[in-house]
Unconditional design. Structure first.
Length: 271
């Protein structure tokens, strides 16, 4: 298969830039086309629930952050929570992360490395299942675990996602609480971005998807687009299924790391 004409990075704008730069440094043509917008929670119920979670953060056995965005918005530098220095003082709490990007975000917020847990380095996937393999032994009956996640429209104070992990925690005898630290929205696209998307559907570009929601937003944006000639690289099998359901002609999977993405692109080129 021919090398991709370019790689379309669909992450939110703040995350897409570093990925585009890293891919370009390897000689690949890469461009950002954000299909998700990340923003602080705006409704009063979400803000109140988040503040309550921050104030009682040190009462949990563990706090699971679904992404780097969850970390950034939970430890918002403008919040009284961050100003109080709880991230540095609550050393008995385990911080759970589904992958290396979230781990790096936690360390950047001042959490000690020996308090942060993530999937094993050789895990086949970076997700809740791989994380649970590493942290299940920590949970005892009566424990409480907080899951910090995002909220989609319509907004919900507890957010959306990670139900599988919650079920495992409850089965181990612990209680689970959810809180939304940020909102995921469909961005507003320009005419130039629409032209880019339609072109990339047929010109041999490779779409890099790190979220099923990004695929959904693309379908909503271009409901009449034929994707049978398009290629996609998804960072999880569930995301790959969403791309296949959207009609992408070829969909491959990789881990959500630069090394895995580059290896997958090289493999596609060789075959």
């Amino acid at each position: 298969m021919a090398a991709p004409r370019r790689v379309i990075v669909t992450r939110a704008a703040e995350a897409a830039g570093p990925w585009v730069g890293a891919l370009q440094q390897t000689g690949l043509a890469a461009t950002a086309l954000p299909l998700i917008e990340i923003a602080p929670v705006t409704s009063a119920p979400l803000q109140d629930a988040l503040q309550q979670a921050r104030e009682h953060w040190d009462e949990y056995r563990a706090v699971m952050y679904v992404s780097g965005n969850a970390v950034i918005h939970f430890f918002d530098e403008n919040s009284t929570f961050a100003l109080a220095g709880k991230a540095q003082t609550a050393i008995t709490i385990r911080a759970w992360a589904p992958g290396p990007n979230t781990v790096r975000a936690l360390l950047a917020c001042g959490l000690a490395p020996d308090r942060v847990d993530g999937p094993a380095p050789n895990a086949a996937q970076l997700d809740s299942e791989a994380l649970w393999d590493q942290v299940a032994a920590q949970i005892r009956p009566g424990d409480r675990v907080l899951i910090v996640r995002g909220s989609d429209a319509p907004a919900a104070p507890e957010g959306h996602g990670r139900h599988w992990l919650a079920e495992r925690i409850v089965a181990a005898g612990a209680a689970v609480q959810f809180v939304a630290a940020y909102e995921r929205r469909a961005p507003r696209w320009s005419a130039e971005q629409e032209t880019l998307a339609r072109s990339a559907a047929t010109d041999g570009s490779l779409w890099l998807f790190a979220s099923s929601q990004a695929v959904r937003h693309l379908r909503q944006w271009l409901p009449d687009q034929d994707w049978r000639q398009a290629r996609a690289l998804a960072t999880h099998p569930r995301i790959a299924k969403a791309a296949q359901a959207a009609g992408f002609g070829r969909v491959d999977t990789c881990l959500p790391t630069l090394a895995s993405v580059l290896a997958s692109i090289e493999s596609l080129h060789e075959h």
